[in-house]
Design a protein around this ligand. Structure first.
Ligand code: ARG
Length: 481
């Protein structure tokens, strides 16, 4: 490195001697990314410290310089943490902002840091570290919401409501059973993040710009220092792939879709027409015009933001689809949608947990809706099945009974044996007594059913699953520290 290059300060570009003119100001603004990739700062510095130590251990730079580099990088990290670091868009991205500041602090020795490294393997490393953390935070947020749902489910084992298909009353279910359904859904969401993390075990550092380095870098050492299992196997793949980011954004979008469905339900349930729940004041908003309004803005926003999460995913997929190997600057467009998706998910999970934790259940209103005797029509058909009647025939007979009730204003729940026999002779004497909501529940005692026994054992299993996820997350974040 020449003296004149070394003397370039924070405002001087690091492109080196090839360039003789300043960058056009619009181009400078157009290509700058530091206003968003500053989110990678701490990963960038972690990667640089590991890289500097490896360079020292390989005798590529003097030991004393390693100390200056590490000390300087730690001081820069501190400045960023405290908010005193001034980010300069003229320096384009977070990598060059940090390096320039390092040079201001420790002088020309800063010029040794980028030995055997390119911003291409550097940004890939930063992203892998970021994504590892992002998967853990997403799993934690999901776990928190699942825990809240499990607590609320435990409170409402005996609360009944109609289960719906086509938003039409279908069969009575326990509220616990209903919320356990979302706990299952969210469990798969968490698994997607855990699974994606298994593809973040290889360290990009040492891949250079595209084809590695002529220098004797110790790739395994930086990999281990940064908590990876091994170095990546192919330098060209390493600097040009963002598929794991796509995968994680896809997991985020799927989770947002699921939250959106839970939200939609809360919007419906909190309407006057349903009146099943009332959202807490802290999780609702009013109308600026209509004094009586209490609006479910939180679930509505979660529902709305799911669209943005899907959009982010599509945006990155579209950016990547036409790119030849290897690195192309288009790839800088990965970060804003990625960061936005992860932040949106984290916020949505948190507000949903708060919403569910604080909402009030109107058990009487739910019970009233569930007391609709029509919900027992399937049970009645199954009574005939037990008597040996083919299900289709039973379905037809009960259909006629339902039509009779609807047409004549009769109550399905209070038909006597003689009336039932008028529709099918196989109805046993005890059939009318079987038309009871409690019995209906308890008869659904298969695994996965809504009988008390089934729900309690599902809840039990879920609690164990939540405990082991909590332990897994605790040990993962301990390793990461
Ligand atoms: N800011 C760039 C990005 O996010 C870093 C890598 C730049 N590499 C390059 N060859 N220009 O992708």
């Amino acid at each position: 490195m020449t003296q004149s290059e070394d003397q370039k300060g924070a405002s001087g570009k690091l492109w080196g001697g090839r360039f003789s003119a300043q960058t056009n100001p619009t181009v400078e603004r157009f290509s700058a990314s530091v206003h968003f990739d500053r989110a990678l700062a701490r990963y960038d510095i972690r990667g640089s410290i590991a890289h500097a130590r490896m360079l020292g251990a390989q005798n590529l730079i003097p030991a004393a310089d390693v100390d200056s580099l590490v000390g300087g990088l730690e001081a820069v990290a501190q400045e960023i943490e405290e908010g005193s670091f001034s980010f300069d868009p003229a320096l384009e991205d977070i990598h060059m902002n940090i390096e320039a500041r390092l040079r201001e602090r420790i002088g020309p020795v800063a010029g040794r840091l980028h030995t055997g490294r390119s911003r291409n393997d550097q940004v890939a490393t930063d992203l892998a570290l970021y994504l590892r953390d992002a998967c853990l935070s997403a799993r934690q947020g999901i776990l928190d919401l699942r825990q809240v749902l499990a607590e609320r489910a435990a409170e409402h084992i005996d609360t009944v409501l109609p289960g719906y298909t086509h938003l039409q009353r279908a069969q009575p279910v326990r509220l616990a059973h209903h919320w356990l359904a979302f706990i299952e859904v969210l469990g798969r969401d968490a698994e997607r993040f855990a699974d994606a993390s298994t593809r973040l075990v290889a360290c990009p550092l040492g891949s250079g710009a595209i084809a590695g380095s002529t220098l004797p870098l110790d790739r395994a050492a930086t990999a281990h220092a940064l908590g990876f299992e091994r170095p990546t196997r192919n330098s060209m793949d390493t600097v040009s792939s963002r598929d794991v980011a796509v995968e994680i954004m896809s997991a985020a979008a799927i989770c947002m879709i699921n939250l959106s469905r839970l939200s939609e339900e809360l919007v419906i349930w909190s309407s006057t027409e349903f009146g099943f729940v009332e959202l807490a004041d802290a999780y609702s908003t009013g109308s600026s015009l209509m004094p009586q309004k209490k609006n479910p803005d939180v679930p509505e926003l979660v529902r709305g933001k799911s669209g943005r999460s899907i959009g982010n995913l599509v945006s990155l997929m579209t950016t990547l689809k036409g790119l030849p190997l290897t690195y192309n600057r288009d790839m800088q467009e990965d970060k804003e949608p990625l960061f936005d998706s992860m932040a949106t998910l984290a916020d949505s999970l948190e507000v949903m947990a708060g919403t569910v934790a604080t909402l009030q259940v109107n058990t009487a209103q739910m019970a009233l809706a569930a007391a609709d005797p029509m919900l027992l029509a399937t049970d009645l058909a199954e009574v005939l099945v037990v008597e040996g009647v083919p299900f289709r025939e039973a379905h037809e007979a009960v259909g006629q009974i339902v039509a009779h009730c609807v047409g004549g204003g009769h109550d399905l729940g209070t038909l006597d044996h003689a009336t039932l026999r008028g529709f099918h002779e196989a109805f046993p004497a005890g059939a009318p007594e079987l038309l009871d909501i409690e019995r209906s529940f308890e008869a659904r005692s298969l695994i996965g059913g809504t009988a008390k026994r089934s729900v309690l054992s599902a809840l039990d299993e879920i609690r164990q699953a939540l405990d082991s996820e909590a332990q897994a997350l605790e040990s993962a974040s301990r390793e990461d520290r």
